[in-house]
Design a binder for this molecule. Structure first.
Ligand SMILES: C[S@@+](CC[C@H](N)C(=O)[O-])C[C@H]1O[C@@H](n2cnc3c(N)ncnc32)[C@H](O)[C@@H]1O
Length: 258
C-alpha cells in the first residue's frame, strides 16, 4: 500500500506463550521478512536476530507510543513487525495499533496492516490442564491500569452469576499485588468452595508450574505476572488419574448430571 509515495507494511505478530514450537509458521515467516522488529524488550528478545534487521525494544506500558513508532516507520516504507506475547488480539498490541490509527494520521488507515495470530495463554494453560474450556468461558484481565477496579468486580460477579469458566489474565504484579486477593475474596462469596481452580505459571517455559486446587484452598499469593488463573464453573471437575495430576474437565453438555 502506498503512503506518501512509499510502500511499507505493519504486521502485529503473536509470539505465543513462550516456546518456539508454539510459534505459528506464518508468524515465523513474517518475522524473518521484517526490516524492523518492535516490541516490549522480553518479547523482542524472543525473536532470533537477523543480519540487517533493526530491533526497537521498549519498556512495558508504552503501548501507544510503540504503536505510533511502528506506524510511522511503516509509513516511511519499512516492513515492520510489532510483537506481542500470546495472541496479539488478546490484551495486547493489535488493539493498541488500531487505537493509534483511530486517533492518528489519516494516512495510516491506508497502510498494509495484518494481524498474525498466536496461541494465547489460556489456550496453552487449557492444553496442560485437560479440557477446562470445553464449555462457555470468559477471560478477564485483573489489571486496572486501563479500567476502574469497580468494572472488574462487576464482571467477576457477572461471570460467576452466568456460571462461566473464568480465565484470569494479569492476576498480579509488583504494583498490584492485592487484586488477586480481592478477586478470590469476591469469588468465595458467590461460588462454591469446591470449585476447581488452576494456577498455570509460565506455561511452555523452563520454569512452568501447574497447580490444581479448589476455591476454598487456593492461595492467591501463588499467582504472579506469569500466571494464568483458571476458575471452574459449577460443572468443572477433576478426573483422577493413577500416579498423575488429575485432568480438569468442563464437559460440553451443561446440567446433564454425571
Ligand atoms: C498482557 S497479558 C498478554 C496476554 C497475551 N496476549 C496472550 O494472548 O496470552 C499478560 C498475561 O498473560 C498471561 N500469560 C502470558 N504468558 C503466559 C504463560 N506462558 N503462562 C501463563 N500465563 C501467561 C499472564 O496472566 C500474564 O500476566
Amino acid at each position: 500500500m502506498k503512503v506518501g509515495g512509499v510502500t511499507g507494511s505493519l504486521a502485529v505478530v503473536g509470539l505465543g506463550p513462550g516456546p518456539a514450537c508454539w510459534l505459528a509458521p506464518e508468524a515465523s515467516a513474517v518475522l524473518e521478512a521484517a526490516s524492523d522488529i518492535v516490541g516490549y524488550q522480553p518479547y523482542v528478545d524472543r525473536v532470533p536476530e537477523r543480519a540487517g534487521q533493526r530491533r526497537h525494544a521498549s519498556d512495558n506500558r508504552v503501548e501507544i507510543d510503540r504503536a505510533k513508532h511502528a506506524l510511522t516507520m511503516a509509513a516511511e516504507g519499512r516492513h515492520v513487525a510489532i510483537v506481542s506475547g500470546g495472541d496479539p488480539g488478546i490484551f495486547a498490541m493489535a488493539a493498541a495499533v488500531l487505537e493509534a490509527i483511530e486517533a492518528g494520521d489519516p494516512e495510516w488507515r491506508a497502510l498494509d496492516i495484518t494481524v498474525v495470530p498466536g496461541i494465547s495463554a489460556m489456550q496453552a494453560a487449557a492444553a496442560r490442564l485437560g479440557a477446562p474450556l470445553g464449555h462457555d468461558f470468559c477471560a478477564i484481565s485483573l489489571s486496572d491500569n486501563l479500567k476502574p477496579w469497580s468494572i472488574v468486580e462487576r464482571r467477576l460477579r457477572a461471570a460467576a452469576d452466568g456460571d462461566f469458566v473464568i480465565a484470569l489474565y494479569n492476576p498480579a504484579s509488583k504494583a498490584r499485588p492485592e487484586r488477586i486477593h480481592d478477586t478470590f475474596a469476591l469469588l468465595r462469596e458467590v461460588k462454591s468452595a469446591t470449585t476447581p481452580v488452576a494456577f498455570a505459571r509460565a506455561v511452555g517455559r523452563d520454569d512452568e508450574r501447574i497447580a490444581l486446587t479448589t476455591l476454598a484452598e487456593a492461595d492467591p499469593a501463588a499467582a504472579d505476572m506469569s500466571t494464568l488463573v483458571m476458575i471452574g464453573s459449577s460443572e468443572t471437575r477433576f478426573i483422577d488419574r493413577p500416579g498423575q495430576t488429575p485432568w480438569l474437565l468442563t464437559p460440553r453438555s451443561y446440567g446433564v448430571g454425571r
